[in-house]
Ligand binder design. Structure first.
Ligand code: NDP
Ligand code: HSE
Length: 423
């Protein structure tokens, strides 16, 4: 029977889930795939902590040299996170011909090309299913199942932490800070949760998914990004009355050979298939020219769902005679031409003085910027009113120009919220 040795780097949420699945399923994997996969080493910074968390003492090390120089280790699974030392550890492993599996989307999105170069030199494998969508096999779908299609669009909820936070704010009226703490305790959030709540994590994932889908590298910097930290319960509640659910959406579209890519909160009509994806669940909606629409759904974060994706990569890598190369995406294909302006419907909430003529001033600013209104609702207060507009499809630059002009009116106290509405 083929024997494969694995080193797991990191023994936190993902590393521990990976270890538990590999050890529990060892016999089953032998039966189903004819491969005996052994965990030969676990690398951490704090060895005592890892042992206290269930790692066998004899496997734990803090030395990458021990791992890269060990000929019985074939695959290195990186579950540390961040750029360094993870990047150096992966490069050292690739240089020694060991295939790598990683859950680290930040590292992968930012340094895919460099990792691919080292992997190609030693013909080692590069596997990254766990970088996007937790337990959802979305990378495998894009790389193994879409040969008959030109992909046209990706739309997804691809960050579990923000989906968990928005779902609980919406369902229970829970406070943002409390739910963020819960998401951290459950192991969904990144070590610095700013990456989740400000949309960086979703941008890394969108960069990877879009590059695979459209066969051209999409750098993270080319993705428009807004997070959820400014979303107020008040807007979530008004949105509910309008029939909307709030989500952090990642969108990439191929339009006339160019890529439109963005991550930001949206109001989705309650009837939209993505509106019912709640808690730490993720969903990715793909559109191909021949297959039409596909929706993949599952847990987007957490120990065992993510461990499931890492183990799937380990078994997949162990069975390959020759590993797939991504040089075209990483190096050769020109960087994406990116569309920096886009169109959407918009939800706008503002606080204005309750004086004669204010509405006509506001609507004339909309009109002069080619923004047309679908609906308006007004809640009265003492001398000030809160007004909510929903627009027809408008141009992002035009709406931002209109907001700048509205903010300069003495009767407008504040433009409190701007949320895109996705149909
Ligand atoms: P954790 O913080 O839970 O675990 C990180 C592990 O890495 C710890 O065991 C830590 O050891 C170890 N580590 C940290 N720094 C070093 C270092 N310098 N040298 C050696 N070991 C180190 O993180 P997660 O498991 O949550 O995340 C790991 C990766 O997986 C990240 O890239 C993350 O983005 C990704 N991911 C996470 C998901 C999740 O649901 N949590 C889902 C999908 C991907 P020590 O405790 O000793 O510092
Ligand atoms: N922090 C990430 C999330 C982990 O919440 O989606 C999964 O990639």
């Amino acid at each position: 029977m083929k024997k494969i040795g694995v080193a797991i780097l990191g023994f936190g949420t993902v590393g521990c889930g990976t270890y538990n699945i590999l050890t529990e399923r060892r016999e089953q994997i032998k039966i189903e795939y004819g491969i005996d996969i052994t965990v030969s080493a676990i690398l951490v910074r704090n060895t005592h902590k890892a042992v206290a968390n269930g790692a066998p003492q004899e496997l734990v090390t803090d030395s990458i040299e021990e791992i890269v120089s060990n000929p019985s280790i074939d695959i290195v699974a990186e579950c540390i996170g961040g750029i360094e030392p993870a990047k150096t550890y992966l490069i050292e492993s690739l240089k020694c011909g060991k295939s790598i599996v990683t859950a680290n989307k930040e590292l992968f999105a930012k340094h895919w090309g460099e990792l691919e170069k080292y992997a190609a030199e030693t013909k080692a494998g590069l596997y990254f299913e766990a970088t996007c969508g937790g337990g959802i096999p979305v990378i495998r779908t894009l790389t193994q199942a879409m040969q008959a299609n030109t992909l046209l669009q990706i739309k997804g909820i691809i960050n579990g932490t923000t989906n968990y936070i928005l779902s609980r704010m919406s369902d229970e009226g829970a406070s943002y800070d409390d739910v963020l703490r819960d998401a951290q305790a459950l192991g969904f959030a990144e070590s610095d949760p700013t990456a989740d709540v400000e949309g960086y994590d979703a941008s890394y994932k969108l960069s990877i998914l879009s590059s695979l889908a459209f066969n051209r590298f999409l750098p993270v910097e080319n993705i428009y990004r807004e997070g959820i930290s400014n979303i107020k319960i008040e807007d979530i509640n008004i949105g509910k009355k309008l029939g909307y659910t709030i989500k952090l959406l990642a969108i990439a579209k191929l339009i006339d050979g160019k890529i439109e890519a963005r991550v930001h909160p949206v109001f989705l009509k309650n009837s939209h298939p993505l509106a019912s994806v709640s808690g730490s669940f993720n969903a990715v909606f793909l559109v191909g020219d021949n297959v039409g629409e596909i929706m993949l759904y599952g847990r987007g974060a957490g120990s065992l769902p993510t461990g499931s994706a890492v183990v799937s990569d380990i078994v997949f890598a162990a069975r390959q005679i020759e590993h797939a190369r991504y040089s075209e995406i990483a190096d050769v294909i020109k960087k994406s031409e990116v569309i920096s302006d886009f169109t959407s419907d918009y939800y706008l909430r503002m606080t204005v003085l309750d004086v004669q003529g204010v509405l006509s001033q506001i609507t004339s600013i909309f009109a002069s910027n080619n923004v047309s209104i679908t609906s308006m609702r007004q809640d009265s207060g003492a001398g000030v009113v809160s007004i909510v507009f929903v627009t027809h499809k408008s141009n992002e630059n035009n709406i931002k120009k209109a907001i700048a002009e509205l903010s300069s009116l003495s009767e407008v106290q504040a433009v409190n919220a701007l949320i895109r509405v996705e149909k």
